[in-house]
Ligand binder design. Sequence first.
Ligand SMILES: [Fe+2]
Length: 177
Amino acid sequence: MPKIEGGEFWRGIKPIEQVFRADAQPEAYVANAPTEDERYYVPFSDTVFSRPLWISPSQNKWADILYAKAAGLVNRHYHPHEVFAYTISGKWGYLEHDWIATAGDFVYESPGEGHTLVAYDHEEPMRAYFIVKGPLIWLDEDGNSAGHFDVHDYLAMCRAHYEKVGLGAAAIDALIR
Ligand SMILES: [Fe+2]
């Protein structure tokens, strides 16, 4: 194919007319996902916050920006399902692994992993894009189950926080697919 120099060469391409199949749901567009506006960050632990981007009750799964302003902790837990993470800023890791993630680093955690998430002191806040399939199973110091957290807890937590800070619980409904 001849190379067209410069310009948005795709301008003449016709968009698909039937975008959605009959049972498909609309896309979700969230501007500026790792926002500076702290109202969007729902307290997940005392020191770590979550901005919900997409929530799927039927898959027990969600996508979010995990955020810590300074040193932070999400206490030890077990994942029966997978987790994906992409680091936007700051520095974070798990007590159980040697690596430390910084901007640009990608992490995949296989189903069946237990870990303790920590955010390090850094000049920039920790911001990481996570895709989590629930539940998280909280673990005690001996590694025994001590409760759980899944998409239903996440939804309730997000709705309550958005209502409290004036964004409105309905803003969470717009993220559900
Ligand atoms: Fe985790």
